[in-house]
Design a protein around this ligand. Sequence first.
Ligand code: C2G
Length: 131
Amino acid sequence: MSKRVITFGTFDVFHVGHLNILERCASLGDTLIVGVSSDELNYSKKQRYPIYDQESRLKITQSLRFVDEVFIENSLEKKREYISFYKADILAMGDDWQGKFDEFSDICEVIYFPRTPSISTTEIIEIAKNI
Ligand code: C2G
């Protein structure tokens, strides 16, 4: 049976850590579906808007050859609905989310991958500010 994998993220100021996790997620199955968090969701979580707006972040993510489908994630509370709607067999995330999505293991397999060390959007923004 072909396997469908879902993952979520902001993917702001796209970097190799994002690329690595999406590649790893894709390697788990045949179809990779990516929920890109909306600008408003980011604002509510972090009290700042992403550098790139949601349409740009969606476009960048969609253009990757191992990503099959993308959608805007509007609410953190809707994960279960998204998993069911996209008929995902596996939910995969970076291990900064370790344990946070275990509650969905009744409807799909939940996998966490180690984050790529020494790179993050926050750090890139800080470096750019100080140049
Ligand atoms: N990531 C990684 N290595 C890094 C940076 C990020 O593996 N050095 C992974 C994160 O673990 C996550 C994905 O890349 O799985 C996206 O990271 P972010 O864009 O920071 O997304 P986040 O703000 O964690 O949003 O519903 C959940 C949210 O939408 C996740």
